[in-house]
Every structure is written in structure tokens, then in C-alpha cells.
Design a protein. Sequence first.
Length: 62
Amino acid sequence: MKKNVDYKFMSEINAGIEKRKADRWAALIEKAESEAFAEAKIAFIVVYIAMLFLTFALETPH
């Protein structure tokens, strides 16, 4: 007995599933990149403040 399968319908379902997977991965990657960028900005600010502090600390006569 042969199964009656609508292959076009099944391929559309599979394409929808793959698109949702791709969208989910894209959202996760975008979130990770934005978090990493925020951490990098904080690290840059901390290093910049430390450099300013050391610059003024070394320039002032003791």
C-alpha cells in the first residue's frame, strides 16, 4: 500500500522549520555579539581610566 504524501507541502513545512532555526541562531549570535561588545566597552573604559590615573600619578612630583 502506497502512502499518499504531499511532498510539496512537506517541503514547505521543512523550509519553515529550517528558517525558524536559522532565525533563532541569528538572534543568539546577535545577542552574544552585543554582550561581548558591551564587555569590551567596559574593559576599554577601565583601562583608559587606569592609564589616566597612572599618567597623573607619575607626572605629579612626590
